[in-house]
Design a protein around this ligand. Structure first.
Ligand SMILES: NC(=O)c1ccc[n+]([C@@H]2O[C@H](COP(=O)([O-])OP(=O)(O)OC[C@H]3O[C@@H](n4cnc5c(N)ncnc54)[C@H](OP(=O)(O)O)[C@@H]3O)[C@@H](O)[C@H]2O)c1
Length: 327
């Protein structure tokens, strides 16, 4: 891939950092973030002093709702990736539900407006969606062609997110929605799992039969790169390894990769009670997400980390031992 200008809206979080690490320093990376006050942003860009291992990127301020000076960054960009949205790792109260939905819809709408203002708009817009758009499935895998959607909060959010994305009129910008599975890297969702392991709680969760669809963060980045260099590809793609596992297998593989011989199982009732205590939803681990990447495989893409043991051992090798072991 030649040197490109890549804009990552909502790129200050876990996936944004993983993408930044993959695409820099060969590419010019700009992150749109709400976290810089306008006063710090008087030259319309700002070099932050990031941790030593953080990718070199420029951070530009936006509010994820209204157009502003940040729009000029989209001119001549090769790739716009939008990850912005309030975290779903919280209780689904009415206030949180509204924020989860509205933050996503507003970010997409304002990016659509910004693209319309560009003389030379981004060639490609990849928008996050989630593999949780599909129904709870313990019977068969869900792909882009035959997958089913049953009403529910997280399914509705993803459907509205994709609907507003495709509603944006961007005649000169190719569009791809990525239904990302749980993304595994040296951060993100593995951090709470490491904490469970450290305290001997890394056993099967719920029945253990619920499927765990996952993708290594490097394959997520490689998939975006693949889509970028294949201009015929557009529309919706599942972004997950071709080999989802059950929760029981996931927890066992994770214990093996981190050298834990055992872990106490957590029945569904305990996860529900624990979720209420720590302010999250048990659905995040109890929903059976059985998703496969049919479309991208048809294009000839191959996953570097198709199997969970190799993915986890690669990630664990990047993480300090104290994160997943008490001693
Ligand atoms: N991680 C996964 O396994 C996974 C799987 C499927 C889908 N996804 C989706 O992919 C996206 C990125 O995931 P992630 O794990 O990187 O999430 P993350 O770490 O929570 O980062 C999301 C970014 O969105 C921005 N943001 C937060 N609240 C916002 C709000 N109210 N309005 C506008 N922007 C807001 C934040 O950037 P600033 O604070 O800098 O503005 C934040 O860095 C999310 O939308 C997530 O739902 C993630």
């Amino acid at each position: 891939m030649k040197t490109n200008k890549i804009i990552i809206a909502g790129g200050s979080g876990f996936i944004g950092e993983e993408l930044g690490r993959y695409f820099s320093p060969q590419h010019d990376i700009v992150i749109l973030s709400r976290q810089l006050p306008d006063a710090d942003n008087n030259r319309n860009h700002h070099h932050l002093s990031l941790p030593a291992n953080a990718p070199p990127v420029r951070i530009i301020h936006w509010d994820a709702r209204t157009t502003g000076p940040w729009v000029s960054e989209l001119e001549n960009a090769d790739l716009l990736i939008n990850l912005a949205g309030r975290t779903v790792n919280c209780r689904y109260t009415e206030t949180n539900k509204k924020a989860i939905l509205e933050s996503r819809l507003q970010a997409v709408e304002v990016l659509g407006e910004a693209i319309a203002l560009c003389k030379s708009p981004p060639a490609l817009w990849v928008n996050a969606s989630s593999a949780t758009i599909y129904r709870h499935a313990e019977d068969r895998p869900q792909d882009e062609f035959t997958g089913e959607f049953h009403p529910g909060f997280s399914v509705d959010v993803c459907q509205q997110w994709e609907k507003i994305f495709y509603a944006q009129h961007t005649p000169h910008t190719r569009k791809v929605a990525l239904r990302m599975a749980i993304t595994l890297g040296a951060g993100g969702v593995l951090i709470p799992y490491f904490n469970l392991l450290r305290f001997g709680l890394g056993g099967t969760q719920g029945s253990g039969r619920q499927r765990f669809s996952w993708v290594h963060s490097e394959d997520l980045a490689r998939m975006i790169e693949w889509i970028a260099v294949h201009p015929a590809l557009e529309g919706t793609f599942n972004c997950c390894s071709p080999n989802p596992v059950t929760n029981q297998v996931f927890m066992k593989t994770l214990r093996e990769a981190t050298g834990h011989r055992w872990g106490l199982p957590a029945p569904a009732w305990l996860l529900r009670a624990g979720g209420a205590l720590i302010g999250t939803e048990a659905e995040l681990v109890l929903k059976s997400r059985w998703v496969v990447p049919a479309r991208i495989l048809e294009t000839g893409f191959t996953f570097r980390y198709a199997e969970l043991p190799a993915a986890l051992s690669n990630i664990i090798s990047q993480v300090p031992r104290r994160q997943y072991r008490l001693f």
